[in-house]
Design a protein around this ligand. Sequence first.
Ligand code: KIV
Length: 254
Amino acid sequence: MTKRLTCPAIRSFKSEKRPLVCLTAYSAQIASLLDDHVDLLLVGDSLGMVLYGFDTTLPVTLDMMIAHGAAVVRGSNRAVVAVDLPFGAYQQSPQQAFEAASRVMKETGASAVKLEGGAEMAATIAFLVERGIPVFGHVGLMPQHAQVVGGFVKQKNRDKILADARAVEEAGAFAMVLECVDEDLSREVCDAVSVPVVGIGAGSSCDGQVLVTEDMIGQGSGYVPSFVRQYARVHEDISKAAENYAADVRTGKF
Ligand code: KIV
């Protein structure tokens, strides 16, 4: 039986200078396809936009995250699975965060939760870690703050981002996402902390990378952020298959 990676093992990737490979997964099927190739599967609340068609991640609920998190755990046996805590499920207090995170851990079997926030969430991260819940941090652009910062825009406040990354590390996160910052700044952040910094739209000098799988395989039907590298064009294959199937049914060939 394959042994699943652990959060401490992921943390040590940094000192071992091993690049950390992460992708999002929302279903058992996609998780099983990715599991042999990645170190960490992230059940991101981006599923609200990618799967459910919301304009932002804000409408995503804890029950949705738990249903998808459990599916991803069932579909994988090697990668660490981290599940996002959705907007409104953890910001109010460390106690509220513990209630949400402990449900995720019990009901999905995931290894960790991810939450957005820097210095302002440090006490919450420490509260969870001290009580047995590994936390994957998320600084830089935080999509749950999109309404405050004016959308999905590059984050340039160097001092704040550095302070946030240090606070998240000191609070005990085993790794963190750094989203949408210039490469020079992401290099500084990586040098400032001793846990892996996983970039998305943050240049190639991070300790690892994460992408939304549907962007990476070209399965989304709409906007693809400019930083995404596409390795397949699944959207075109599905659309062509549906066109050919419809033509065959309509002409009596099938
Ligand atoms: O929700 C998500 O999928 C994420 C990644 C894009 C980092 O937070």
